[in-house]
Design a binder for this molecule. Sequence first.
Ligand code: ADP
Length: 318
Amino acid sequence: MTDLVILGESMVEFSLVEPGLYQQSFAGDVHSVAVYYKRLAQADDRVRLMTAVGFDSASNGLIDALEREHIDTSLVFRHPDRQLGLYMVNTDNAGERSFSYWRNSSAAREVMPLFREATQVAGDGGYSPAGLAPRPDMFFFSGISLAVLTPESRPVFWELVEQLQDSGTKIVFDPNYRPKLWQSAKETRDQYALAFTYADLALPGIEDLEALYGVKDFSGACDLLEPFSIAELVIKDGPNGVYYRGSKERFLESITAVDKVVDTTAAGDSFNGSYLAFRSRGASPRQAIAQAAKISAVVIQHRGALVDQSHFPDTFAD
Ligand code: ADP
């Protein structure tokens, strides 16, 4: 049994169905990672989403949605007066999608102070990662998780990451770069340097590394990340394959490109969740990459991040 804690933000999504009519769901990069992990992992694996919500009905709706996917909500903290972030997906007449966000004051930004409050150690004013007890086997966060944390709360976050790593938890990071969420590229690079330093497993995409560091291909990405001695490095590059670099082997796994891509939302997130699930089931890196690529290929042939399980008949059969 593997116990995975995933930290980040899940939002209310309104997606245009027809003029004036929106379909409501819940989404976010870590939300997708959690759902695909839980669907594909062994039944007794535990996935806890660590985030913050409000006391309103949308927040209750998110908790219900997570529980329907068998995701543990014991680390979903409640903020007294903030609410969920929200975004809208609009589609114009040519089929082009655009996104509008309302997330600047979402509850999730305050997850670390709320965690600290909930796990305060009496007396010395410190806190304990015992708040995450039992200690998770893996702790996943993304560049978006980092970006949305208030800058004042980041030291608390890094302290937690360090304590988890010291006690044996595997730290997993996907850079998932969203420039609009950061003050500057320098701020991002500073935070990512810490993330790569702690990461035992990193799952970057070339596109993100290119935007931030000018890296254009797998060898450039490997050179960039070499100084961080990341034990397991899985580099994604859309249909151009996945490069793996571990202590025992390094290889490029080719990908069968999808003829008709419908919606790339959650391509990388479904890959991450699936890769972690297959690895935790005992698959080799090569097998896990091949399986995760199959899942992502299905995801990008359907609309939305969370594709119904009926579209994955073989893979989901235990
Ligand atoms: P990220 O969103 O993290 O940058 P990618 O865009 O590289 O991730 O996509 C993640 C995974 O989705 C890829 O590793 C691949 O398995 C799959 N994928 C993405 N685009 C395609 C495509 N056009 N055809 C087939 N698979 C794809």
